[in-house]
Ligand binder design. Structure first.
Ligand code: ATP
Length: 286
């Protein structure tokens, strides 16, 4: 089903719409047909109060790719990421003042879009892992339970599937009732990714997901990101340019609220067109 009932179906037929009417059956993942971007950003300006922080940003994020946002601090990467699931709605005075963001063929600013449903389609993983102080099982089962799933067998299934997808199952299968905050940092971040996946999003936003992790835990999460591309579209904000080269298919370089250059990651890092991109990736500023 599409995000809004009046739009023609463009993606998964079984997916719950982002409008208020929720179907009873949990959806299955079906990536968009090739050629339809998962996210289209068209000429977006964004302001916090009267401070404009994004200026005429346009880019298409293809389905089932990993797209990295890079650029110096304060250039608007996280702001754009948080536009994709309307997290900025929670910030007083924050708003898109021009342009549109299209996900699954629907303008996500449309009144028919329910932000809660939108956040099911567009999940988010934060910089600082933030599991609930409850069991490993309960963390992953939380989303499906909130959506009304009560059957133990169905919850068991989604918990196992999500933990397997997060490459964590083998490490935690014998202690699912242990408190989640007792896991290592890297395991907690992978648990948060499993929790995000448990409600079957199509897009996962990651805001510097490895910045609080040591190199080994970072490597695990990077491997995970690469394996998840098969099922999800991933947008990752990172300050780590090696990480962008390791995990992403495309990279957007932001500077002072604008997208200076957006291309395949190889092109951005090996042969950028813009001098500012070259200066940034070669460490001349930032
Ligand atoms: N809640 C807010 N209220 C007001 N201004 C904000 C808010 N959040 C961010 N900003 C400002 O918006 C601009 C862009 O911030 P944003 O966090 O999107 O940049 P960023 O590129 O992600 O930076 P970093 O890499 O440091 O996380 C900055 O000038 C920042 O100070």
């Amino acid at each position: 089903m599409p995000l809004v009932t009046e739009a023609p179906p463009r993606r998964r037929q079984t997916h719950e719409p982002m409008t208020h009417e929720a179907p009873a059956t949990p959806p299955a993942s079906h990536p968009a047909p090739a050629g339809i971007p998962a996210i289209q950003v068209k000429g977006v300006d964004f302001s916090y109060g009267d401070k404009k922080v994004l200026k005429d940003v346009s880019l298409d994020i293809p389905s089932n790719e990993v797209v990295a946002f890079i650029g110096p601090s304060g250039c608007g990467k996280t702001t754009l990421l948080r536009c994709f699931n309307r997290m900025n709605d929670l910030v007083p005075g924050a708003r898109v003042t021009k342009g549109s963001i299209i996900i699954e063929g629907a303008n996500i600013a449309d009144k028919a879009i329910d932000p809660v449903q939108l956040r099911r389609h567009v999940g988010m993983v934060f910089q600082k892992y933030n599991p609930f102080p409850r069991s490993i099982y309960d963390n992953v089962a939380y989303g499906p339970r909130t959506l009304g799933e009560k059957k133990k067998s169905a919850l068991d299934e989604v918990v196992e599937k999500s933990l397997r997808r997060a490459a964590l199952w083998d490490e935690v299968k014998d202690r699912l009732n242990d408190i989640a905050t007792g896991l290592s940092g890297g395991q907690q971040q992978r648990l948060c990714i499993a929790r995000t996946m448990a409600v079957d999003p199509e897009i996962i936003l990651m805001d510097e997901p490895c910045s609080a992790l040591d190199p080994i835990a970072t490597a695990h999460v990077e491997d995970l990101i690469l394996s998840l591309r098969e099922h999800y579209t991933i947008v990752i904000v990172t300050h780590n340019m090696q990480q962008a080269t390791r995990v992403s298919d495309r990279t957007a370089f932001f500077y002072l609220g604008e997208v200076v250059e957006y291309d395949t990651t190889r092109k951005i890092f090996e042969n950028p067109v813009q001098k500012r991109t070259l200066d940034y990736i070669s460490g001349r500023f930032g």
